[in-house]
Design a protein around this ligand. Sequence first.
Ligand code: C5P
Length: 223
Amino acid sequence: MLAYKNTIAIIPAGGSGKRMKADIPKQFLELRGVPIIIRTIDKLHKSKMFSKIIIPTHFEWIYFIKENLESRGIDIPVFFVPNGKERQDSIYNALISPYCASADYVLIHDAVRPKLSVDLIKRVVKEVHFYNAVIPVIPAKDTIKIVDKNGFVFKTLDRERLRIVQTPQAFSYIDLRKAYEQVMKLDKVFTDDSAIAEHCGISVKTIEGEERNIKITTPEDME
Ligand code: C5P
């Protein structure tokens, strides 16, 4: 049987959610009576894979999260770090915090993806013990093109090889921290953690993701 090493979860929740056009950041909106971020934390808690959860977020939302977890009996240890300007700044704050000191692996999952299954969380954690860097992906259903700045098609990509990338993504803590330390010196914004790993030469294994694991971004996604 596989003896799992210490895995810490990081849930970035420091975005402002401009595309949602709501008064509050989308991760704190309620979905059928339960805030999105609380649904997400509950899934990670139920997987029993993590010693603790670190949440980079706006300080004014800390009490809201704590209170909601307590009233719902979700008792996994949760620690907060400040959010940053970009998603990668928020994650970096978690990676360099003392809360990560004992981590062998870190799993990073967007607060705004509450629909993932516990099975997916377990598969990602299991596979990171073998591959050191693991991401869930689903096949691209649509044809995807690169266009130029005037809106003309530049190139059509080979759909057979295209994948849509999701979170949770898991990594060896030391490797990811080193990769982040390297890229934080650059003037470059990365949209996910695996792009940072990739940039630093870490080989990233893909596993099967889930159609239901959508990222809630716009009001249509809430429907
Ligand atoms: O903006 P995007 O949809 O890529 O955000 C994905 C996740 O990253 C969200 O959960 C959001 O709250 C978080 N985020 C963050 N800090 C930022 C921007 C986004 O923690 N500065």
